[in-house]
Ligand binder design. Structure first.
Ligand code: B16
Ligand code: MG
Length: 216
């Protein structure tokens, strides 16, 4: 028997690979600013808020800007990013995602989204995944970025499930730390070296089954 009553999913990198679209949009902005921005640099932006992502890119380029200019640049990047994700379809849902959401739901587990993105509704709508979730907490509803546990604690509160009965699925180190800080179980999606604080690491939800919840 599992003590898990709710699954909380990060969005980017867990349900869909939007990192490639974030990269294209940030790269376009970095090019305009004459900053060399590589795919390796892009790894540092995963799970990080939009403004913090911009600040990391400016740090890479050794550029300092005032808050007003930073806001304008973040908005510009977002308009390019939104153009990409507006074309997302259900074909881009990562392998095993819908199967596991269905399995979890049919076993009476509550499902929540816990994402830093302010574009999560557009993404979930385009992927046709919205109806699976009992609660959606994203960057429009929280003020503190991961590793702060706010996003996951709000999800658990909406679901009315205690943190110790929740498991978080996350691809970012800061996201796993947020789950730990929330007093929740965590399953990392990606590399065991990077996600060493997770209770278990798998390469994607296609590897997930209910037995894996029993050992948490
Ligand atoms: P937006 P997650 C995060 O989503 C992304 O991993 C991160 O790269 C991005 O900067 C952040 O959302 C904000 O996204 O610009 O759309 O508000 O992994 O927490 O689902
Ligand atoms: Mg993520």
């Amino acid at each position: 028997m599992t003590k898990i009553k709710a699954c909380i999913f990060d969005l980017d990198g867990v349900l869909v690979d939007t990192a490639k679209y974030h990269f294209l949009a940030w790269k376009k902005l970095a090019d305009e600013l004459n900053i060399e921005f590589t795919k390796k640099h892009n790894e540092r932006l995963k799970g990080v808020s939009r403004m913090r992502s911009l600040e990391i890119i400016l740090e890479i380029g050794g550029i300092k800007l005032d808050d007003e200019t930073k806001l304008q640049l973040a908005e510009k990047k977002n308009s390019w990013y939104v153009a990409y994700i507006s074309k997302l379809t259900a074909d881009e849902i990562l392998p095993g995602v819908e199967e596991f959401l269905k399995l979890a739901k049919s076993n009476n587990l509550k499902l929540a989204l816990g994402s830093a993105s302010k574009n999560s509704m557009l993404i979930l709508n385009n992927l046709k995944l919205v109806d699976y979730f009992d609660s959606i907490i994203d960057g429009t509803k929280v003020s503190k970025a991961k590793p702060n546990p706010e996003v996951f604690l709000k999800g658990a509160a909406e679901l009315k499930i205690k943190p110790e009965h929740c498991v978080v699925f996350e691809d970012a180190e800061a996201g796993i730390e947020a789950a730990v800080n929330a007093g929740m179980h965590s399953i990392g999606i990606g590399s065991p070296e990077i996600l060493s604080k997770a209770d278990l690491v798998i390469s994607g939800l296609h590897e997930m089954n209910l037995d894996k919840l029993c050992v948490l």
